[in-house]
Design a protein around this ligand. Structure first.
Ligand SMILES: Nc1ncnc2c1ncn2[C@@H]1O[C@H](COP(=O)(O)OP(=O)(O)OP(=O)(O)O)[C@@H](O)[C@H]1O
Length: 383
């Protein structure tokens, strides 16, 4: 176990060559009537285009920190810079129009239609109606909601996950460079939450915002964060990339917070697309083994062969080199996922191997349970 240090360990305060978009310098918050700072002498720099996850136990000052960035809460002392400009004393309302903000359950206005919810900030900025309408439709598309179905509905007519998507669309409406997200997926069931996380990463690949994101969930922090800021009460204990936080916790507090299971959590950092997978061949259902499409004669002793449906999607194992194909369930995982997702699918399906499939659902390779203990091999050029 590492020693407890007096200073927060800030290992990667800057992104490689990227300018810092959000900078907190010696920021402190002491609420009226309190003697203890809720946030104490905080230095934090978030590089442009990165997602930084703020995590820590309840009451440690995550939300206070987030709300000081858009000045919903005024810092007692210290400076906040956005894109190099000191915003500590600028007009707060003005500032908040330039910063996207997403909260739990979307925080939508119940009496506004979905389109009007998305258009709140553009309207304040004086955009004309046509432009606001077009922007709302564009963003509904981006977050996976069909505009013609959703634009005229009211928030109560949407599921929690759909409301959350609208919350993200609303925050993006005026294309702010910075987004603040306060447990946006906290109140969503685990399956929907995972889907929203994937979609959020997809959207971020398109929009490239600088994002400060509060979460309670370490797995979420590891999955979404370029960096993780771990807070104890009012204090930053470690600020580093997820792998470093999991493998080299800065002190006993972080070590205890990360807890057991760090090795399993790290599996979500290993992308299937970067792995050397076992080869797989395919036979269309109904064909005999020898004539199946894609099956090289004589190769099937050493190679897994999956039976595929008319669309080329694997449905069952026809041949497995070292086990009974008929008795082994065929489970699949998308190649855009991580080894963690593959393990999850294998455990869920009681399967000792998984077919990794592309976007169309076609088999690209196989990952075996044994690979996890025997050592995962990455493809050349990918660490
Ligand atoms: N308006 C307020 N007035 C007084 N104290 C406050 C106020 N808001 C928060 N606090 C206190 O400041 C501390 C930090 O609160 P904050 O909400 O930032 O924590 P958090 O890490 O976001 O917590 P949680 O994970 O439970 O949401 C807590 O002790 C809280 O009680």
């Amino acid at each position: 176990m590492s020693e407890t240090t007096d200073q927060p360990v800030v290992e990667t305060p800057h992104g490689a060559g990227k300018p810092d978009m959000i900078v907190l310098e010696g920021v402190e918050k002491i609420y009226p009537g309190s003697t203890q700072p809720a946030v104490s002498e905080l230095d934090l720099a978030i590089p442009q285009g990165e997602i930084v996850m703020l995590i820590g136990p309840s009451g440690c000052g995550k939300t206070t920190t987030l709300k000081m960035i858009n000045r919903l809460i005024e810092p007692t002392s210290g400076r906040i810079l956005l894109d190099g400009k000191d915003v500590t004393h600028v007009n707060g309302d003005q500032l908040r129009r330039e910063i996207g903000y997403v909260i739990q359950q979307g925080g939508l206005f119940p009496h506004f239609s979905i389109a009007d919810n998305i258009g709140v900030v553009p309207k304040m900025l004086g955009w004309d109606k046509q432009r606001i309408r077009e922007r709302a439709d564009e963003l509904l598309h981006l977050v996976g909601l069909e505009p013609s179905t959703f634009r005229d509905r009211y928030p109560r007519q949407l599921s929690g996950g759909q409301q959350q998507r609208v919350g993200v669309a609303r925050a993006l409406a005026a294309d702010p460079p910075v987004m603040l997200m306060d447990e946006p997926f906290g109140a969503i069931d685990p399956i929907t939450r995972e889907r929203l996380q994937e979609e959020f990463l997809d959207i971020q690949r398109t929009v490239g915002k600088t994002i400060a994101f509060v979460t309670h969930d370490l797995q979420e922090a590891v999955k979404l964060g370029d960096k993780i800021a771990v807070f104890a009460t009012g204090r930053l204990e470690q600020y580093a990339d997820p792998d470093t936080v999991l493998t080299r916790p800065a002190n006993d507090f972080v070590s205890d917070f990360v807890g057991g299971g760090a090795a399993v959590r790290r599996l979500s950092l290993v992308e299937l697309a970067h792995l050397e997978l076992h080869p797989v061949e395919t036979d269309e259902a109904g064909t005999s083994g020898a004539t199946g499409q894609g099956t090289a004669a004589g190769s099937r002793n050493g190679v897994a062969v999956a039976e595929v449906d008319g669309s080329g999607r694997p449905v069952s194992w026809r041949h497995l080199p070292d086990r009974d194909a008929a008795g082994t369930p065929l489970v699949t995982v998308p190649i855009s996922g991580s080894v963690y997702d593959a393990v999850d699918v294998m455990l869920d399906g009681c399967a000792s191997l998984v077919a990794v499939v592309d976007e169309e659902g076609r088999a690209q390779g196989v990952l075996h349970w044994n690979d996890l203990v025997g050592g995962l091999r990455t493809r050349q050029g990918h660490a």
